[in-house]
Design a protein around this ligand. Sequence first.
Ligand code: SAM
Length: 339
Amino acid sequence: MDVRLNNAVIERAPAAGLVDGLGREITYLRLSVTDRCNLRCFYCMRDDVKLLPKADILSLEEMERLSAAFIRLGVRKLRLTGGEPLTRPGVMSLIRRLGERTVTGELDELTLTTNGTLLGACANDLYEAGMRRINVSLDTLDPLTFRRIAGHDGLAQVLAGIDTARAAGLAVRVNMVAMSGINDAEFDKLIRWCGNHDCDLALIEVMPMGLAAKHYLPLEAARSRLAQRWSLTAVDDSTGGPARYWRVEETGNRLAFITPMSHAFCSGCNRVRVTCAGRLVLCLGDGAGVDLRPALRSSEADERLEGEIVAAIAGKPASHHFVDPRFRAYAHPMWQVGG
Ligand code: SAM
């Protein structure tokens, strides 16, 4: 950012970075671009959810401005999520503009989490815009289980979308929320499918939102069982997130385990989230946060916005409270904050 002094433009020293009160450097922003979704996964979004009024949702221009502020302050990785981000009209224009920042080197990575239903039509554009890796949520390979989980059909579109993404050059990690009694008999099938389609797979512990709590499945035991059937070699690849990776020697692809419930990884947390309504969420498993929309809408200058971001991040909670039974009362809805 530049400042003017006696009409001379003086370059301000680069921002020192976003560091919270515990010394954790925040370099990763997950931005939810919409609370709308074309699926209704029961563990995320009930059928009767109250969607936000459109006026509360940030415009694409506001989202770009907000992202730019975070980038100036030190964010290097930006993930778009939702709701389903690809349902937001005009989202490709935001993606193109943010993608330019990967070309200029302001961002190391722009990426996306999607349910994959609309990927077939967008994958080439995502690659053209500068994306190289995406996460696609896919909990089952069975059409009936898909409908049971997501409330709609769509498996064939998702599978075709993943193939189109791979053909476009995008690396794909399939995210599978592991749920006892729902899809826990399908882990081997997904590992094999991902091997055949050259994708990584992440198994994710279900968090106690929505109707999900009764299907919680600790993944350490699942990993031990899988290790009896697959040759799993620990790899220390980190994608800047909480996933711990193993190589499946039979397929050559990676298998990750994301275990927010059984193993907290908060001490190394490098991320914050912003909802589609502009609320900065400091931790997915905590109510803390601040509404950035007034700062965005009250002035075209960014000083107040940046000041509020820096001040809020200083108070990022030490750890999540997913295991606290009262957590549901203050959890941010997943479909607004984006997982
Ligand atoms: N619509 C996009 C999608 O389906 O990937 C992005 C939004 S979705 C909220 C982001 C991620 O959150 C998905 O991988 C989804 O499976 C995950 N998710 C939602 N509710 C969850 C829960 N209760 N426990 C664990 N993961 C959850």
